[in-house]
Design a binder for this molecule. Structure first.
Ligand SMILES: Nc1ncnc2c1ncn2[C@@H]1O[C@H](COP(=O)(O)OP(=O)(O)OP(=O)(O)O)[C@@H](O)[C@H]1O
Ligand SMILES: [Mg+2]
Length: 51
């Protein structure tokens, strides 16, 4: 299980640090970065697949 996530310099995410638990709910206004958050996870997954 991923328990902590840090993203910096990806799309609009300048310096994001999150503590995650088994269930996480992401909310926010349009353009606040929700999709950027899951895209960053997708990018990490793709990088791991390529390794
Ligand atoms: N390469 C980039 N560099 C900087 N900012 C970017 C980049 N790509 C997208 N953005 C900006 O990131 C912000 C967050 O976008 P994102 O799509 O993650 O928001 P969202 O919370 O998913 O919005 P919605 O609720 O409309 O789906 C937007 O203002 C977008 O213009
Ligand atoms: Mg979105």
């Amino acid at each position: 299980m991923i328990t902590r996530l840090a993203v910096s310099g990806y799309r609009s995410l300048r310096d994001l640090r999150l503590v995650l638990s088994r269930l996480n709910v992401v909310t926010g206004a349009n353009g606040s970065g929700k999709s950027s958050l899951y895209r960053s996870l997708r990018l990490l997954a793709d990088v791991a697949q390529a390794a």
